[in-house]
Design a protein around this ligand. Structure first.
Ligand SMILES: N[C@@H](CCC(=O)N[C@@H](CS)C(=O)NCC(=O)O)C(=O)O
Length: 208
């Protein structure tokens, strides 16, 4: 089986490398570097998928798009019964909710802030609502993070992988002291040998 990760520096794709290292799966990396001026992905990624965004993972030539679908697929195929709750349980439903929450909800105010920050004064009418939604989503993540240090149960799941990216962004925004559980969650990920191996292979990752 041949697995190739189409990996963009400083991106969500880093969590896919982390998961593959955790799963002990052989994979190759095809690297793409953001434009120094626009910060956008290079056009070469559009040869793999029309949107030209990362991550994309190819398994035996089938290109899988969307982080959530990639994480779910990798956990199902290579998790050996770990990394996902038992199907049909309430934990499995909770896991499904959080897998979608990560990209479908948590990333929305983060991206709105990223884009409106380029508008200068023109962003002023939007800023209070975006700030309130950032606090609501990070606060929710802080609240639901379990005493085990995981979002589901007592062990690592795909939902932890998905939520690692917005949690890291909360810390990059200087909110670590405000969200101590998210801080500890990110620290526990970054201490893992698999994360460090992925980090070494992935190239730039926001100076982490
Ligand atoms: N929901 C998608 C989002 C993909 C996405 O927006 N990726 C960003 C990297 S964090 C990207 O490729 N941006 C470069 C660009 O838009 O040019 C996923 O999770 O896979």
């Amino acid at each position: 089986m041949a697995i190739v990760v189409h990996h963009l520096n400083n991106s969500r794709s880093q969590r896919i490398l982390w998961l593959l290292e955790e799963l002990g799966v052989d994979y190759g990396i095809r690297r793409y570097v953001r434009d120094a001026v626009t910060n956008l992905a290079p056009d070469a990624l559009k040869a793999v998928h029309p949107l030209g965004k990362s991550p994309l993972v190819e398994i035996d030539g089938r290109v899988i798009e969307e982080s959530g679908a990639i994480v779910q697929t990798l956990c199902e195929r290579f998790g050996g019964g770990k990394w996902l709750p038992i199907p049909g349980t309430d934990e499995a439903l909770r896991h499904l909710e959080l897998m979608h929450f990560a990209e479908g909800s948590a990333m929305t105010p983060i991206l709105l802030q990223l884009y409106t920050s380029r508008l200068g004064e023109a962003a002023a009418p939007l800023t209070p609502r975006i700030d309130e939604q950032l606090a609501a989503h990070f606060g929710y993540m802080e609240q639901i993070l379990r005493p085990s240090g995981h979002f589901i149960g007592d062990d690592w799941t795909g939902a932890d992988v998905m939520l690692s990216f917005p949690a890291e962004i909360a810390l990059m925004q200087g909110r670590g002291a405000q969200y101590p559980r998210l801080s500890a969650f990110v620290a526990s990920i970054h201490a893992r040998p698999a994360w460090q191996a992925a980090r070494a292979k992935g190239g730039d990752y926001f100076g982490m």
